[in-house]
Design a binder for this molecule. Structure first.
Ligand code: ADP
Ligand code: MG
Length: 357
């Protein structure tokens, strides 16, 4: 059995003269909650439309369940799409909206009733089946759109920014709803989103896209802790970047030089002695002390700003060379540093990520 629900192999897509995708590779496993994450215009929807069969690639191959699907029309692919705009039919009842695809395929009436009831129950809308779509809230309409896709029992559900039109409370509810559905049905979900929190909280794995290319494919924790590129480190969360030079590589650790000192950090495959690199440091992995310690990486500086934010205090520390580092400290005790205080910024060798420069 093929382990992949969907594969994109060296897929490029050009619209007239505009190239939207540059030879992307993706392998989405069966039963996985997979997200395509990236800024607007990076090619997420295009990738989804190639899987759905609304577009054909200019080069490369799309496979669904191990089979190349070139030329196979959308309705013959075992996938269904939920769009951001729900595109429901206002003149039909909610039941008939969900039944629409089954009726077109001439499924028997008793089977239609059974499957539509089941799909509406999945999204907790059984009591609304006789109503019209305009009687529903935005969140409920989106759930009808979900039921309409799930009623076809697709192997893969494609979701294009399905929560973008919902307010933040509904979006959070819809998130847990999606996760619950995906877990209980066990089918493959491919979610397109520009919302990093959505992608991190929902996905088993995700692909970060930038300008028609895939920058990294991995699990949520890894994309945050071990970003592959500066783009990924900046797009997901907040990071400080220190310019460094690689000096020594030994036992999975790398010694680097910066303007203000030497550090040991976790090695990155491919970086050689003498290479220019950048060290990406997350604010919450840095801590402040009055004095330096030989056991940890450290940099001297001065607190430029201390911003109390409730659960955390954000400190901006100015280094000797003028660079500012953002650090964040949980307020487990009363904060101890104020603007103007000389401080030492510390971090563990394995809490930064080396990036090529
Ligand atoms: N039908 C089309 N014709 C021409 N350009 C398109 C078409 N569809 C998308 N594009 C362009 O391709 C790029 C990627 O679009 P899209 O895949 O929709 O990005 P995303 O979903 O990540 O925001 C954008 O610059 C967009 O303007
Ligand atoms: Mg899009």
């Amino acid at each position: 059995m093929d382990p992949y629900a969907v594969e994109l192999l060296r897929v490029s897509k050009t619209y007239k003269s505009y190239q939207a995708l540059f030879g992307i590779d993706l392998q989405i496993r069966k039963g996985e909650f997979f997200s395509l994450l990236g800024p607007s215009g990076c090619g997420k929807t295009t990738s989804l439309r190639l899987i759905a069969g609304f577009e054909e690639p200019t080069a490369g191959e799309v496979r669904i369940d191990g089979q190349a699907v070139a030329g196979l029309p959308a309705y013959r692919r075992n996938v269904n799409t939920v769009f951001q705009s729900y595109s429901l039919f206002p003149h039909l009842s909610i039941f008939e909206n969900v039944a629409f695809g089954l009726r077109r395929r001439k499924v028997e009436q008793s089977e239609i009733v059974r499957r539509v009831d089941e799909a509406l129950a999945m999204v907790h809308l059984s009591d609304k089946s006789k109503g019209r779509t305009h009687e529903l809230s935005g969140g409920q309409q989106q759930r009808v759109a979900l039921a309409r896709a799930l009623v076809n029992q697709p192997a893969v559900l494609l979701l294009d920014e399905p929560m973008a039109a919902l307010d933040s409370k509904l979006r959070k509810e819809m998130r847990s709803e999606l996760k619950r559905l995906q877990k209980s049905l066990g089918i493959t979900f491919v979610l397109v989103t520009h919302d990093q929190e959505e992608a991190l909280t929902l996905s088993d794995r995700l692909a970060v896209m930038n300008a028609g290319r895939v920058e990294q494919v991995c699990e949520p924790r890894e994309v945050y802790e071990r970003p592959a590129t500066r783009f990924v480190a900046e797009f997901i969360g907040t990071a400080n970047f220190l310019p460094v030079t690689v000096r020594e590589v030994s036992n999975g650790r790398t010694r680097v030089d910066s303007e203000d000192g030497q550090f040991w950090v976790t090695s990155r495959p491919g970086l050689q002695i003498g290479d220019a690199a950048e060290l990406s440091l997350r604010p919450e992995r840095l801590w402040l002390d009055k004095a330096s310690s030989a056991e940890h990486n450290s940099l001297d500086g001065t607190v430029a700003e201390a911003i109390f934010m409730g659960p955390v205090t954000r400190y901006v520390v100015k280094l000797k060379n003028g660079q500012q580092l953002l650090t964040e400290k949980q307020n487990l005790e009363e904060s101890t540093f104020q603007a103007g205080d000389p401080v030492c910024v510390h971090w563990e060798a394995d809490s930064g990520a080396l990036l090529p420069r």
